[in-house]
Every structure is written in structure tokens, then in C-alpha cells.
Design a binder for this molecule. Sequence first.
Ligand code: UD1
Ligand code: CA
Length: 492
Amino acid sequence: MSLTVIVLAAGGGTRMKSKTVKVLHRIGGRTLLDHVLHAVHEVGPTRVVTVVGTQGEQVAAHVSKTYPDTSLAHQPVSTPGGPSVAYGTAYAVRVAIESLGTLEDGTVLVVTADTPLLQGAALKAFAAEHDAAQRAVSVLSGIVADPFGYGRIVRDADGDVEAIVEEKDATPEQREIAEINSGILAFDAAFLREALPRIGNDNAKGEYYLTDAVQVARDAGLTVGAHVIDDVMQTEGVNDRAQLAALGRELNRRIVDRWMREGVTVMDPATTWIEADVVLSPDVTILPGTQLLGATVVGEDAVIGPDTTLKDCEIGPGARVVRTHGELAVIGPDATVGPFSYLRPGTQLGARGKIGTFVETKNAVIADDAKVPHLSYVGDADIGEGTNIGAGTIFANYDGVKKHRTTVGKGARTGSNNTFVAPVRIGDQAMTGGGTVVRKDVPDGALAVSAATQRNLEGHAERRAAKLEREQVTRETTDPGLGPTDPGAGGS
Ligand code: UD1
Ligand code: CA
């Protein structure tokens, strides 16, 4: 059976007060539209059409990257001062169908693009029920505490849907109805083809209402049913930034809850943020104030946090990452990072390795058992197995024009407060003295020292004290103003 899904996204979302079109705002690491398209794809559609209008180019450019199999239909939109153009959900569906050329027999599912909590399972159950009942139209409805603004579901004595009445067209009694139209509808394709041309715009808003298809079906003696969704938040829309934040928090609560059920320990769900595409393993522990973003993956028994932000990072099993900010970094099994580390893109730390306190890394491949424990910048570097980098080491990768790489071999021990001026290589088992500035390659097994030879001046402290004493005596005898008595204070 053919399933065509039409996603309505032509509205601009003026209440967002944003230069970004509403459906491209993000929660949980995905745009609102991508959350909906994700759910839609779980139903296994034959084809998906997204109707874009206001800032349609922005939306089209985005969808062609995230869901390239989705086709786009462009609905003309009114511009201030310009001619008014046809508007309304029924008109948008017409635009979608025209863009397809022909609409195959089967089922058409219409969904709105601003309901980010929608899940594939709910949509699938709704479509299945619609197909099984062989209805002309089915409405996914919900019972809400405050139905203001929604289309109300008016049922007849048999419980079938008699009408969907929009807020502005509703009588006071109809406004009391708590069952609302979620905006998600299923149609028999043949019926929809016939019904659309019969929908007019003679209503309070002067719009072509898709919900008027209910009346067309009833007039033709066809049945219209409604399927009440239990989890009504799945159909809640975003209209302003406050709702964006509220649904963002709710989405996060659901994601964190799901991972806890999968065996992840989350000490403080309220301060833990996990985006939709993150993947965690059982027995991961997440400490308070942690954000796991993008395509971050964390292996078994790893402990992340407190106060850590990781975006697109891969953390190996058993690793420990404390108070760290990381992006596009790969941390090996049983490695330790932090506290206070800054992992920039291209950081790779091997098994049991260490990136310690106040260490910044970028394009740095640090092998198994290698350690950069304290106060260092490691940029454009390869550090060999088991090597230890001394405290306060700077990998000087930039000569003011170009970036260069530094290689440190295996089993090396470099001193504190070193500077490695790239391009340079420090050999296997090599050592460097404290304060060394390495400008030339250090052969395997060599010790490099560059600081000036230290001289010790014996008896310096005594000589210095004697000199200070002499200077004091000279001052007292030559400058009366600094003398022990004040001539102005009752003197002789
Ligand atoms: C619509 C429903 C209402 C339902 C509510 C749920 C109709 C007539 N009303 O009302 O019963 O309770 O959704 O949120 O369907 N859109 C287009 N092109 C258009 C018009 C709208 O793409 O010409 C898109 C909008 O971008 C939006 C969706 O369709 O994503 C719904 O449109 P909107 O104007 O918000 O409808 P509501 O008045 O909320
Ligand atoms: Ca709406």
C-alpha cells in the first residue's frame, strides 16, 4: 500500500521573532523539522513532500542536506504590501499534490513541521488504525487542559467525527470541547483528490481549511474517525521561544529517561543534557552539569563529568572525563582527561593515556599510555606510546604564516617548561632538560638541553646584605629629612 506523507512547513513563525525560519530552530541537536522528518521516516513512507513557503530557500537548503530523499513543494506566500495569495492547510496540501504530478491510490498522511516530540511509533499506530478502519479521513486528536487556538473535534452520537471547528468559527459550547485536532490527519488518497477542490475559504480567517475535508466526507456519507493520542505532548507545537525551551527541556527529559532505562547512571537528570543523536553504552555514569551533544558516543563504564561538554566526541570504555570541554575528539579506553582540559578537533588519545589539568590539544595524536599531565598546549602533534610530556610544555606549531607538526617518539621523557618549535622531531626514548627550546631534531635516545649553563656565585647572600647595609648608612648621614628625629616637633 502506497503511503504519501505531506509535511506542512510554509508558515514563517512570526512569533519566534527570528531571522531563522521557525522550523529550523533546534532542540536536542536537531531542527524542529528534522525531528518530524525522523518520525515520518520510521513509518516507512513511499514518498515524503515538505511544503515550504516563508524563507523557503532556507528550509529547502537544509532539507536537501538532512533528508535528500524528501521532495519539496514551494507554496507562494504573501509579502507585506504585495498581492495576497491563497493560504491555508488545504491549499498547502494542494500545492504538495500538484508538485507530485499524480497522487497514487493509498494513504496520505498530513503532518505539521513544528511538533518536535512526535514519535514514529505514534504515527505508525495512527496510520495503521486509519488503514484498518478503511476510513475516508482520520484525525489524530488529543485531550488538552487548554484547548484555546486549536480546532475542536465535534463527535456525533456514534462517536464518529462530525466536524472540526476552528477556534474563530466555534460557538461558545464548542469552545468548551477539550478534544482537539493535533493537525495530523490521514486520508484515503482517492477521497482527498475529490475533496480538495470542494474546500472553500468562506470562514473567519478566509483560509482554505484542510479540516473542512471532514464536512466533505460526511456529505458524501463517508465515515470520519478520530484516534486519541495518549501522549499529547507529542503533538504540541512550537510557536515562540518560550515553547521552544519548554519542549526542549521535555525532549531532554525523555532522552535522559530512555538512557537510564538502557542502563546509564545519571546522577542529576535536571542538569544533564543529552542530544537526540548521542549513543551511550550500559554502565556509563554521567555526573551533574554534563552536556553530551551531536554525534557523541560513550563506551561502557566510562564516567563523564561533572561539568563537561562534549560535542561529536568518541569516548572509549572505562575512560574518565572530568570538567572538560571537547569537540571532535576521540578518547581511548581507560584514558583520563581533565580536570579542566580543552579538547579541540582532531584530538586522539590512546588507551590509558592522559590529558591533564589546563591542557589544550588540537590535531594531536597521543598514543597508548602517553601522558600530557599539566599546563600545556599540544597543537599539530604526534606523541608516541608511553611518552611523558613535562609540565608547561608548548608545542609551537605556528610560525606566523603556516602551521607545522611536531613528532615525539615512543618512551620519551621531556622536561618541564619546554617549547617544541615545529617542524621538529624528538626521537624514541629521547629526553629533554627543563626549560629546553627544541628547534632541531633530537635523535633517538639523546638528551637535549638548550638553557644557558647555570653558574653559581658563592657567598652572594652575604655580599648583598653588606651592600644594603652600606647604602642605608649613607642615606641616614646625608639626608636630614630621613633622620630619626623631626626638627619641627618641640625641638631645642
Ligand atoms: C491547524 C488546524 C487546527 C489544529 C492546529 C493544530 C486547520 C485549518 N487547522 O490550525 O485544527 O488544531 O493546526 O496545531 O488545519 N501551513 C502551510 N501552508 C498554509 C497554512 C499552513 O504550510 O497555507 C502550515 C503551517 O506552517 C503549520 C501548519 O500548516 O505548520 C498549521 O498551520 P497553522 O496556520 O498553524 O494552523 P492552525 O491555525 O494552528
Ligand atoms: Ca499552529
